[in-house]
Design a protein around this ligand. Structure first.
Ligand code: SF4
Length: 362
């Protein structure tokens, strides 16, 4: 496949590793933002190929992992109501809430369906006019355009039985939170290529300057990731604190303007709770006030919910790059993909799941 096989070529991989080895003179800590990148690093063993002196830590860019426990519990409360068809991406069904997961809610006889996009949920709403159809709109900047489009589409169709349970999050405020923390260890970032495909990378320039960290827009294949690491190392060794683009076959500075316009039509920025991390100012999107009829939280009024997290789970520290999954005492014992205690063990992008699948022998 074009743009895939050539980015997994072992000769190219070792060529970039040689360049990294020749470029590095100090020890550096680099965070890859996206869980998809974490899985590639673990799957291809890239962390084991890198020269000593580079520590990769795993960021909060897994949408399933950072959706707040309170929002998961609200999903359970809404999905349990009679006359509701609750729709969601498949991963979310296995994420533990305070009391079980959405699979257990479905096992109690509630109508919960896996869909591939919010537009599938629109179709379900059209086919079931006597039911309320709710879509669990989680994710980063990558899912926001399609979720926003579903609201505009529902409005155009005059659908009165469709709403979103919104838990949209944004990457730049999370980077501010990590870099501004007293415990921060991160000296350089691999930014998530797919997020930048939508948003461009202009938002990262002030972050690189303010905190003096190089940020490199990076893809997901082995050569992409190593190239991103090479750019970060070169910048760190030369005290260059700028944003570079190592994924130029897909990403440009401005991003996808039509997608950004759709987001602006439907969402406004808001403070958002991140699971295991807490509230991050202006790190989310919610529906605009004039679109409140599509807001499931308003429609179903599930009220105040006090969530209860597993006391064993340290995923918040993992998502901030403070510790690794193996540092969790529950890793691979009380907590496994079959019986997860935290969201980072569930998701296909979760760091704990990546270490369980590819890194248990390390
Ligand atoms: S291994 Fe399980 S309990 Fe430990 S941090 Fe990861 S998800 Fe949480």
């Amino acid at each position: 496949m074009k743009y895939l096989k050539e980015y997994r070529d072992s000769k190219l991989v070792h060529g970039v590793i040689d360049k990294i080895t020749r470029s590095i003179n100090h020890n550096w800590i680099i965070m890859e933002i996206c869980g998809g990148q974490t899985h590639s690093i673990m799957k291809y063993g890239l962390n084991q190929l890198l020269p000593e002196g580079i520590e990769l830590v795993h960021g909060p860019g897994c949408p399933v992992c950072v959706t707040s426990l309170e929002m998961i519990d609200k999903a359970h409360a809404i999905a349990s109501q009679p006359g509701v068809i609750f729709t969601s991406y498949g991963d979310m069904l296995r994420v533990p809430g305070s009391q079980g997961d959405l699979f257990s809610v479905r096992a109690s006889g509630n109508d919960i369906r896996v869909v591939y996009s919010s537009l599938d949920a629109i179709k379900i709403a059209q086919d079931n006019p006597d039911k309320q159809v709710v879509f669990f709109a989680i994710g980063f900047e990558t899912t926001a355009p399609a979720n926003a489009m579903s609201v505009l589409h529902a409005q155009k169709l005059g659908l009165k039985n469709f709403s979103l349970l919104v838990s949209q999050v944004r990457v730049p405020p999370a980077m501010h939170a990590i870099l501004g923390s007293a415990n921060n260890r991160i000296q350089g970032f691999l930014a998530a290529g797919h997020v930048c495909t939508v948003m461009g990378y202009w938002e990262y320039v002030p972050i690189a300057h303010q905190y003096k960290v190089p940020i490199v827009v990076t893809g997901f294949e082995p050569v992409d990731i190593l190239q991103g690491i090479l750019f970060v190392i070169r910048d760190l060794e030369q005290n260059i604190y700028e944003v570079e683009n190592a994924y130029s076959r897909v990403v440009n500075y401005e991003g996808n303007k039509p997608a950004q316009n759709i987001i602006e039509q439907v969402f406004v920025e808001c403070d958002q709770k991140w699971r295991g991390i807490g509230n991050i100012p202006r790190s989310g999107w919610r529906l605009k006030p004039e679109l409140i009829e599509y807001d499931a939280e308003d429609r179903f009024q599930v009220g105040e919910i006090t969530p209860t997290e597993s006391p064993l789970c340290i995923s918040g520290q993992i998502l901030q790059g403070l510790v690794k999954p193996m540092n969790c005492p529950a890793f691979a014992s009380q907590c496994t993909p079959e019986s997860p205690l935290g969201a980072t063990m569930v998701s296909s992008e979760g760091a704990c799941a990546a270490y369980y699948r590819y890194g248990r022998s390390l």
